[in-house]
Design a protein around this ligand. Structure first.
Ligand SMILES: Cc1cc2nc3c(=O)[nH]c(=O)nc-3n(C[C@H](O)[C@H](O)[C@H](O)COP(=O)(O)OP(=O)(O)OC[C@H]3O[C@@H](n4cnc5c(N)ncnc54)[C@H](O)[C@@H]3O)c2cc1C
Length: 479
């Protein structure tokens, strides 16, 4: 029986572990923090449950491959709530973007009749991208999303609304490939769902599935090195000195951290290590988790992306707060505000223990939260009055508690000028060492899940079968 050690119990590590456990492998998942789940954990504050990362998932309807991935993982049995769409609040106007391709098209065609033909071309390109094999989609990796949008849509306001989902990916004019923009946005246009009980049940189900097959997920088990023998990965070493032998190792953490676990005399080519170590990561996130006073706020349950007047929708690196995702928990009278934040803003406090972080850091958090409230008040005018209590986190929080490299929310930043170096295959130059997780091809629940299937299928090839003829494989099934 193959023994597979998996580094990291985020979605990537847990899905890989679950699939391999179901196929009779011996699986050991090692997680650095006290709880499994990574960005999928929920946490409690003053009796309210908040989600860490995952709030919504795209593409769970039956015509989409994600449905079948979740079916295979037995995750469809969870109480998913299908949302009507998502909201974009821009220049004092609320745009209720519906789900469904045709509905989405019609919504915009009615608002911008002079852009009908351009909108058709926009959606036709999306359809081509999500339904094509790799050899046909390579040009979309090499094309910038912004360039495509600018060339296809003439009306600047329409371009802004179509760019409004600023917290589901980093809208980066210089880097974001059209492929990533189209795949991610398309999944949320086809359908958007949430879980009434938050993301924790996903974690619990996957951990249980692994442990029911007599395998284990160990927390507080930080991996400090990957062991090699004769050019093969043969296990890992933990920070406490424990050695765990394995036939194969799957690293489900950021590739920059994976290569840092290799020994100085590793058989892996130093050029490969240097190339990966020098890659840049996506933006991080500043989050305010708010407990509301009962009955004071009553929002629709669709997430809303709020943008400051005159904000550049393709610039996430601003000193002022210009973009927010507002997520309402209708079951619990609570709201999350999420806004982009770069590592540079917090890196000077890295190294200080969480308890010792300075007054200056606390003040920065408080001022940023106040700015978030001001922007959110354009959508919820009585927000400040309705706050019972709130807690905030920065990229430093993610870096400290989830070991997210530089607090990045989405892992390695994809770059259309350099797609080959920013997209990863599950195999590495070290025999027996595989990688998975959000940095591989696409981040998010969809990207991370698909990557985990791809990686698990490298070890147990029967895993990956496309479920039905009329479901198109996402283009990244080439891996
Ligand atoms: C604020 C925020 C909001 C988001 N919202 C959404 C959303 O609504 N919808 C969506 O689809 N996606 C969303 N995402 C993205 C999504 O959550 C991630 O893409 C996905 O969960 C990443 O999973 P992962 O397994 O690759 O990484 P992670 O969740 O980061 O898991 C990696 C795990 O490895 C562990 N680890 C690290 N180093 C070691 C080590 N040396 N030894 C052992 N363990 C280690 C970490 O502690 C962590 O548990 C959001 C992300 C963020 C940050």
């Amino acid at each position: 029986m193959k023994h597979v050690v998996i580094i990291g119990a985020g979605l990537g590590g847990l899905v890989t572990g679950y699939l391999l456990s179901q196929r009779g492998c011996r699986v050991t998942v090692l997680e650095r923090s006290a709880h499994a789940g990574g960005c999928l954990q929920s946490f409690q504050r003053a009796g309210v449950r908040f989600d860490t990362g995952f709030h919504i998932v795209g593409g769970l309807e039956e015509t989409n491959p994600m449905y079948y991935f979740f079916k295979e993982l037995d995750l469809l049995k969870l109480p998913w709530i299908s949302l009507r769409g998502q909201g974009v609040f821009l220049d004092d106007t609320y745009y209720a973007l519906p789900c469904g391709h045709e509905e989405f098209y019609r919504y915009f065609a009615d608002l911008f009749p002079h852009e009908k033909d351009n909108l058709r071309r926009y959606f036709e390109t999306f359809k081509t991208i999500v339904s094509s094999p790799l050899q046909d989609t390579m040009p979309y990796w090499e094309q910038g999303a912004w360039d495509f949008l600018y060339r296809t849509i003439g009306d600047a306001k329409l371009r802004d609304i179509l760019s409004g989902h600023s917290m589901i990916m980093e809208m980066n004019r210089e880097k974001l490939p059209l492929f990533a923009y189209a795949e991610i946005l398309n999944s949320f246009i086809t359908s958007t769902s949430r879980l009434a009980e938050g993301s924790q049940p996903v974690v619990n189900h996957l951990v249980q599935g692994i442990e029911n097959s007599a395998n284990h997920v160990y927390c507080k088990a930080a991996v400090s090195g990957i062991l090699e023998k004769n050019g093969c990965a043969v296990g890992v070493k933990l920070e406490d000195g424990t050695i765990v032998d394995a036939d194969m190792v799957v690293s489900a953490i950021n590739p920059i951290q994976t290569v840092s676990l290799l020994a100085a005399d590793s058989a892996v080519n130093k050029v490969y290590v240097r190339r990966i170590s020098n890659l840049s990561c996506s933006m991080g996130c500043f989050t305010v988790n708010i407990k509301l006073k009962p009955g004071m706020v009553n929002m629709r349950q669709e997430p809303v992306y709020v943008h400051a007047k005159g904000a550049d929708l393709w610039n996430m690196d601003t000193s002022e707060i210009r973009h927010l995702m507002v997520y309402y928990y209708p079951e619990q009278q609570a709201v999350d505000l999420l806004t982009p934040m770069m590592w540079d803003k917090v890196k000077k406090w890295n190294g200080e223990s969480p308890d010792a972080r300075s007054q200056e850091y606390a003040m920065m958090k408080q001022q940023t939260a106040e700015q978030c409230f001001s922007l959110a008040e354009s959508l919820i005018p009585n927000l400040r009055e309705a706050i019972s209590d709130y807690w905030s986190s920065t990229p430093l929080t993610w870096h400290t508690y989830l070991n997210a490299h530089q607090g990045s929310a989405f892992g390695i930043m994809k770059d259309y000028k350099s797609p080959i170096t920013t997209v990863f295959q599950p195999r590495t130059p070290l025999k027996g060492l595989y990688i998975t997780g959000q940095s591989m091809v696409l981040h998010g629940i969809m990207g991370t899940t698909v990557s985990a299937f791809q990686t698990a299928a490298m070890i147990e090839p029967d895993i990956f079968t496309w479920p039905s003829r009329n479901v198109t494989a996402p283009a990244f099934s080439f891996l």
